[in-house]
Ligand binder design. Structure first.
Ligand SMILES: [Mn+2]
Length: 179
């Protein structure tokens, strides 16, 4: 079980910063954040995580794009959430000063590997959520590249949660239909 008040605090905070941001398909960005949180909640339930671990995982799920996509700073996170959550969100964020997407992904994985499993789980849940039908404008090459990157994420972080690892594996298998 997790703490419902923490969920409300995190989703309200995220909504305030993401404002009218949309997904590549034109949906409210909150659909992405709540879907990632939904995957994490399902995993927490089936893996009997402690309440404190679930709260870190679910809060990080709701906040995972707030540094990357909005003007929210680490100070804003530290003012509102525990150190574990703030540093978890930081590890889940790409360093956009790094030149290539590949370097950004490698750096993010390296940071995540220094974090506990509840934070690492969020990256698996994020990728599960992002493996829905690809946007129409994506080329076959881009789709293949995305699948390859997903396999890399899976191989690095699969030990964080067996339920999410299995779900990601199934999603990647299903995604091959778009190649
Ligand atoms: Mn995301």
């Amino acid at each position: 079980m997790f703490n419902q008040e923490s969920y409300l605090k995190a989703i309200n905070f995220a909504a305030l910063y993401h404002k009218d941001q949309q997904t590549p398909k034109g949906l409210s960005y909150l659909t992405h954040l709540s879907s990632v949180a939904m995957e994490v909640i399902a995993a927490c339930n089936s893996s009997s995580l402690k309440e404190v671990e679930s709260t870190v995982a679910i809060s990080c799920a709701l906040l995972h794009d707030v540094l990357e996509d909005t003007n929210c700073t680490m100070d804003n996170l530290f003012d509102n959430f525990s150190e574990e959550i703030a540093l978890g969100v930081e590890a889940l964020s790409k360093d956009k000063t790094l030149e290539t997407k590949k370097e950004q992904m490698q750096d993010s994985i390296n940071k995540l590997l220094t974090q506990k499993y509840p934070v690492q789980m969020v990256k698996l849940a994020d990728r599960i959520t992002n493996l829905q039908t690809p946007p129409e404008q994506w080329s076959k090459e881009k789709i293949a590249e995305y699948l390859k990157e997903s396999k890399f994420i899976f191989s690095c972080l699969k030990n964080s949660n067996i339920y999410l690892a299995k779900r990601l594996e199934e999603k990647m298998e299903d995604y091959k239909q778009y190649l």
